[in-house]
Design a binder for this molecule. Sequence first.
Ligand SMILES: Cc1cc2nc3c(=O)[nH]c(=O)nc-3n(C[C@H](O)[C@H](O)[C@H](O)COP(=O)(O)OP(=O)(O)OC[C@H]3O[C@@H](n4cnc5c(N)ncnc54)[C@H](O)[C@@H]3O)c2cc1C
Length: 387
Amino acid sequence: MLLQNKKIAIIGGGPGGLTLARLLQLKGADVKVYERDENRHVRLQGATLDLHYESGLKAIEAAGLMDAFKANYRPDNDRYRVMDENGNVFHDDHAKESTGAFGDEFFRPQIDRGPLRDILLDALEPETMVWDSHIVSVENKNNVWEINFKNGNVATADIVIGADGANSKIRPFVTPIKPIYSGVTYLVCNIPKSGKNARKLHELVKGGKISAMAHSQTLFLSAKGDGSLDFYIGWKAAENWAVESGIDFKDNKQVLEWFKKEFASWDSMWLELFNYDETEFVVRPLYGMPLDQYWETNPNITLIGDAAHLLPPNGEGVNSAMLDALYLSENLNNEKFTDIKEAISDYEKQMFERFADEGKETAEMMEWMYSPDGLKIMVELFHQMPN
Ligand SMILES: Cc1cc2nc3c(=O)[nH]c(=O)nc-3n(C[C@H](O)[C@H](O)[C@H](O)COP(=O)(O)OP(=O)(O)OC[C@H]3O[C@@H](n4cnc5c(N)ncnc54)[C@H](O)[C@@H]3O)c2cc1C
C-alpha cells in the first residue's frame, strides 16, 4: 500500500482540500488539513456554485456525500436571466418548467460555499482539521516535510498537498511558474438582506442569477441562501487599477461615483447596488496560470485546485479542484503504481492536459465576454443549450 505509515498534510481547507481529505480517509489514510481560517464559522466569500455531473458531482458521489448534497443544494437557484445594460431580458430560465434533475448530464445543481464546506467538514474524522494554521513555508529534511506556520508552530508530514488556492504558499516549492494577469478585473461585493437593502434588484434576480452585459463590461448578480445578494462587476482594467484609481473602497460613495463614470451607459436601476452603506468591496484582478505550464514531478509534494491551475472564473474552478482530489486520491490508492512519485506523476500528467483544454476555452471566453459582442454570444450559447 503506497500510503501505509505515511502522514499526509493537505494545506488549505477549500473544496479541493476537503474533498481530498474525505476521499483519502475513506481508504484509511492518515490525513491532516491545515487551514488558515480561525474556525469553521468564518463567513465564506463568493456566490453560489454549480456542481457538474462529470466533475464536482462525481467527486461528491465518490465521497459518499450525495444524500447530504441533495439535502443542502438550492433548487431553482440555477435559473439564469441574461440582460443588457438597461435590464432588457434576452434569455430567462424562469420561463422553463424545469432545469433538469440529478442524473442528467446537463443538470448543474447550485450550492452555497458555506453548506458545501459544512458537508465536507462533517464527513471528516475528528481532529482532521487544524484551524488557525496559516502556512508560510515548508522545508524538506531527509524526506520529511517540516511545515512552518505564521504563529510559530511547526508540523511534519511525509507527503504535502498544496490546496491553498490562488496565492498558494506551497506552489513555489513545486514550480517557479507564476500566474499571469488576464486584463480583466472584478469588483466583488455582497449585500446582506437584499430584500430590504436592494429591494428592486433582489426582485429582479428572482432567487437565481443575472448576467448583464454591454460594451465589454459585465455585471453578475447571484442570490444566496442566507438572503444576501452577491455581485461581481467586471471590466478591462490595468493590473494595479485598485491602487492607481485612488478610490477608498471602504467608502461606497466613492465606488458609486467611479461606477457612474466607468459604466456611464448603464441604466440607473443598477445604482441600487451601492445604496447599502456597509458593503465591503473587494478588488480582484483575475489571473490564470500559463496554459503550457509543466513541472517535473516531485517525489512527495504536489498541488490541486487553484494552487495548481488557477484560471479566471469560468464556472469550473470548484469542479476542477474536486476532480483533482478524486483523481489524486485514486492514484495514491492504486497498486499499479510502484511508488508515490509515479502516482503523483500520472495525476499531474492528466491534470496538465485537462488544464490546457480548459484554459484555452477560458481564454476564448474572456475574449468574447469582454468584447462588444459579449451579450450576443452569451445569448446564443444559452439558446444552444438543451431544454
Ligand atoms: C469572483 C470569483 C467567482 C468565482 N465563481 C465560481 C463559480 O461560480 N463556480 C466555480 O466552480 N468556481 C468559481 N470560482 C473559482 C473558485 O472559487 C475556485 O476555483 C475554487 O474555490 C478553488 O478551490 P480550491 O480548493 O483549489 O481553493 P480555495 O477555494 O481558494 O481554497 C483554498 C483554501 O486554502 C486556505 N489557505 C490559503 N492560503 C493558506 C495558507 N497560507 N495556509 C493555510 N491555508 C491557506 C484558504 O483559506 C482556503 O480555505 C470563482 C472565483 C472567483 C475569484
